[in-house]
Design a protein around this ligand. Structure first.
Ligand code: 5MM
Length: 358
């Protein structure tokens, strides 16, 4: 095999532009791409049935928050939502575009047990991905997301890390070929009693392999976004870390492993409380970083909003305000200007659930 230079994707310029827009100052991503099973768990927590109508009502509430686009640059949708309308009959994609929010799409097919490993998992979804991503582009999506996980207490085995990294790289190449900016998300789960050093060590290993395979697959770094876990101690570790420590370890990891060509690092919240996720992001933005360091939270943006709504039409406005409060707080944290003033006790409650798979 010869070492030839691969022609750039015909979408190259558009990919760079999309990635830069998502990674724009003071803005981050609203992850609202819960698969039907996960959305069902969220709805059950407020006593609602997992019906299409209830999912539609909730997603309508989220995307119609007035002025949301000031703080949110992209929204990740589940396939059902990409093709869905609001309860008033407007296409959800159109509502987002009017809000200046770029629609994104979750393209992985979820986690299944990884045969031959120590109870670890791998992520499915490569079969048919080229035609699916092409169809999602037609439908208005401009970026994609693929989440796979690595468990520290279960290993992680060399096999699981290699599989996770290879899957992400194949997905990223296919998404770019079809005009979608791939968000690369190898989540390192919070489960475990290990300290922050161990998370740091595993994260270095994981990102090393992810970038090795991204390069092998000719993925254009200027047209991707990353969605890493922050480097924290395991959820059951007795030594807790301050936002400053989380920021120090996480930035050290990024500096060692992530090329500056990557435009944006959009963190996941992974079970941290709403306030914790904001504080940690703010701490990371006290320094000047080569990449846009921001958020792509699901639980840490939606939790209070969901609880405030409770499935009642009369609470929609208050729930929308709750989402806007979190979006604004994280926008300030992206700028390194969050003070924590006026945060409620509820927003300080952690959301970690041991062994939680979703
Ligand atoms: C919203 O949840 C996303 C989809 O998960 P499932 O396919 O398992 O339902 C998930 O990928 C999410 O975007 C990320 O984990 C980030 O969410 P958190 O809550 O960790 O910020």
């Amino acid at each position: 095999p010869s070492l030839t230079v691969r022609a750039a994707s015909s979408y190259a310029d558009e990919l760079v532009k999309t990635a830069k827009t998502v990674a724009s100052k003071g803005r981050g991503i609203l992850a609202m791409d819960e698969s039907n099973a996960t959305c069902g768990k969220r709805l059950a927590s407020i006593g609602l049935e997992n019906t299409e109508a209830n999912r539609q009502a909730y997603r309508t509430l989220l995307v119609t928050v007035p002025e949301l686009g000031q703080y949110i640059s992209g929204a990740i949708l589940f396939e059902e939502t990409l093709y869905q309308s609001t309860t008033d009959g407007k296409k959800i994609v159109d509502v987002l575009v009017e809000q200046k929010i770029i629609p994104g799409i979750k393209v992985d097919k979820g986690l299944v047990p990884l045969a031959g490993s120590n109870d670890e998992s791998w992520c499915q979804g490569l079969d048919g991905l080229a035609s699916r991503t092409a169809a999602y582009y037609q439908q208005g999506a401009r970026f994609a997301k693929w989440r796979t996980v690595v468990s520290i207490p279960n290993g992680p085995s060399e096999l699981a890390v290699t599989e996770a990294a290879w899957g992400l790289a194949r997905y990223a190449a296919i998404a770019q070929d079809n005009g979608l900016v791939p968000i690369v998300e190898p989540e390192i789960l919070l489960d475990g009693e290990h300290g922050i050093e161990r998370t740091f060590e595993v994260a270095q290993k994981v990102w090393n392999k992810v970038f090795f395979y991204l390069a092998e697959n000719n993925v254009m770094y200027e047209g991707i976004l990353l969605k890493p876990s922050m480097v924290t101690p395991g959820a059951e570790c007795k030594d807790r870390a301050t936002p400053q420590q989380v920021a120090d370890y996480t930035l050290k990891l990024l500096q060692r492993r992530i090329p500056p060509a990557v435009p944006g690092i959009m963190f996941l919240s992974g079970g941290q409380s709403e306030v914790e996720a904001t504080q940690n992001l703010n701490a990371m933005n006290q320094s000047t970083n080569p990449w846009h360091v921001s958020f792509s939270y699901a639980r840490a943006l939606q939790n209070t909003c969901l609880k405030t709504w409770g499935g009642r039409p009369e609470n929609v406005k208050a729930a929308q305000e709750a989402l806007l409060i979190r979006a604004k707080a994280n926008s300030l944290a992206q700028l390194g200007k969050y003070t924590g003033e006026g945060e409620s006790e509820a927003a300080k409650q952690g959301m970690f659930v041991k062994g939680y798979s979703y």
